[in-house]
Design a protein around this ligand. Sequence first.
Ligand SMILES: [Zn+2]
Length: 310
Amino acid sequence: MRAIIRGLTDADFERLYGTEASCLAALVVVRQAAGMPCPRCSNPKSYVYGRRVGCTRCNTRWSITAGTVMADTKLPLTTWFRAMHLMTSTKQCISAVELTRRLGVTYETGWYLHKRLRHAMAEETDRCQLGGPGDSGSTPIVEADDVYLGGERNEGSGTAGKIRVIAACERYSSGRMGAVVMRVVSSFSNEEASAIRDAHIAPGAQVLTDGTPAFHVLGEARRTHYAIITGGKRPARERDAPFFAINTMISNLSTALKATHKLFSAKHLPDYLGAFCWTTNRRSNMKGMIGALFCAVVAATRLTRRTVYA
Ligand SMILES: [Zn+2]
């Protein structure tokens, strides 16, 4: 699937995925490749008719979108595909307002669609591990930092009203930046830092921080931690300087949040961060992104309106 969609222009995209039938065919290919066992008897064999799937043994029937983040959608598949194309073909992830405008749907529909696509991206980011051996055989170092986001402009340098985030980014010895992960935390505590280590820092990884007290735990459980105390000095701007990668990522995030999400809430920030990291981590293959997002959407867990609006 990724190979098929790779390198599409807007015109190619419309020609190939502009009809309901072509989008359905693409969805069937990806779902069958991932396996669609019968929800009742687990029989791996099924047949597809329209947007429905039937079990060849017990004849249970279900929707082709069941069990994915697309479950229960009333939207045409063409709208889903166009939304995925818009979410991945812009450098800074498109806002819900802009997505709504471009798709010609109501804001409620556009926002919920945007939310489900962000959810699919965030779930994949949740499985991302940093600091393991890279493709080229070299192992990147992981730079981690504590970040405050949001809050009122005139609150001075205090942290009132701000959301706390721990960010980590890979940096190769060549200066090249690898994958990035960001997570909202309640405080910069040992517990929060340990949870991020276990979820996102590969065993054996080397982690560099500015010495924030809780970050010493990033060096436990078979990881190694180094601290460079910067003392609030301006970071060096050279590509291979310590903290260049993480500072660049935090700066990119700040730009993206200002440009596309002028208002963001603590409740939805985890998804925005997950989507930002997802897009950033696939930046070297812009053209392959829609295929990757489509696979993430099919693999993502269900999200209901009730949980979203709770
Ligand atoms: Zn069955």
